[in-house]
Ligand binder design. Structure first.
Ligand code: AQP
Length: 331
């Protein structure tokens, strides 16, 4: 079976609706047809200097959210990136194949480093896309389900794979991004032309672990427009279009059917309906995360098992790459 790999960073206590629709829900669906490998990329989270206790809690809580959303450890591997040292080892080799100019063109680095300032920007933040390429190439990945913001990073992973193969023969598989158009970019409720993101407006964010009251309140105060008609128009009506996208993705009702259903109704009606589907989706996940976190022994066991299995694949790929670039095998 073809292989799918994807991951998220444990940089918050909760994933948000963008992470959920852009990535996690795809992951759950892909388990049926792919050999799936999903990781919590805790080494990536170090790029923004988290508090150690926060990082430890968030790493487990992110994994718990994957499980609660439907990642099934009986079918998929789930592990913490730092438990598989081959990620960092392959990243070094790849960093020696990445041009400085090439890495400097990554738009996410430019955005994040301009927010952090020169002093707050680490070398790790700069080489982040190289570590991400290692995450992907280590598992001979066919498909990487992500949101639109990761397209450029996947392109780099593909370029690096092609570069190794061109120089050293057929060493690694060249991955493809899987970006589902309808949910590739979920927008901030308070600023519906910007991506929903944990570093965006707090009122623009819908988090999986939020209290249902908070979710409803944020949706009620979502920015719309001075018009009154409910229709999908990303340019002229970004706020309403975002609400329609969210409802449609969660309810399975097409945007056209929603527009027909809400014809002649007020924005408030749409917001109530969106709140209902979001709370309906997130409340059971939140509850299950609570159970998993109350006694993390089960979670830790799943992560240990996932790491052991992931390592057997990762070790083999790393050995192949080390050999191809001319490193002498350890006796
Ligand atoms: N708004 C979004 N719409 C669709 N997909 C999204 N993703 C993130 N935001 C949206 C996807 O979620 C996954 C998370 O990857 P990550 O852990 O690397 O987080 P990120 O992209 O850094 O997430 P944030 O919340 O957007 O953080 P900041 O504030 O740091 O930029 C990826 O598949 C991503 O595409």
């Amino acid at each position: 079976r073809p292989r799918v790999f994807s991951a998220m960073q444990p940089t918050a206590d909760s994933l948000h609706l963008g992470n959920y629709l852009g990535a996690l829900r795809q992951w759950v669906a892909l388990q049926d047809d792919y050999e799936a490998i999903y990781s919590v990329v805790d080494l990536h989270a170090l790029t923004v200097s988290p508090d150690p206790a926060d990082l430890r809690r968030r790493s487990r809580q992110t994994a718990a959210q994957y499980l609660a959303a439907g990642v099934d450890p009986a079918r998929s591997l789930l592990f913490l990136q730092s438990h598989v040292p081959e990620h960092a080892q392959l990243a070094w080799v790849l960093s020696c194949l990445t041009g400085f100019g090439e890495a400097s063109r990554m738009t996410q680095f430019k955005d994040k480093s301009s927010r952090q300032g020169a002093e707050g920007t680490t070398v790790g933040l700069f080489t982040y896309p190289v570590l991400m390429a290692a995450d992907i190439l280590l598992y001979d990945t066919d498909l990487v389900p992500v949101g639109e913001d990761q397209r450029q990073h996947i392109e780099l992973a593909r370029d690096l794979a092609q570069r190794i193969n061109a120089r050293h023969g057929d060493v690694v598989r060249v991955p493809e991004a899987s970006i589902v158009k309808a949910t590739a970019k979920i927008y901030d409720l308070a600023e519906p032309t910007a991506k929903m993101s944990k570093s965006g407006h707090v009122n623009g964010l819908l988090e999986v672990m939020d209290d249902p009251k908070v979710l409803s309140k944020r949706i009620r105060s979502a920015v719309t427009d001075a018009d009154t008609v409910i229709r999908f128009d990303r340019e002229a009506k970004p706020g309403v279009s975002n609400l329609l996208t969210i409802h449609s993705a969660l309810s399975g009702t097409s945007v056209d059917d929603l527009v027909a259903e809400f014809e002649g109704k007020m924005y408030g009606h749409l917001k109530v309906a969106v709140a209902e589907v979001v709370v309906g989706e997130f409340a059971p996940i939140r509850e299950r995360v609570g159970e998993l976190m109350a006694d993390p022994a089960e979670l830790d066991e799943i992560l240990a098992d996932g790491a052991a299995k992931a390592r057997t694949i990762a070790r083999e790929t790393l050995a192949r790459v080390y050999d191809a670039v001319g490193l002498v095998p350890a006796a």
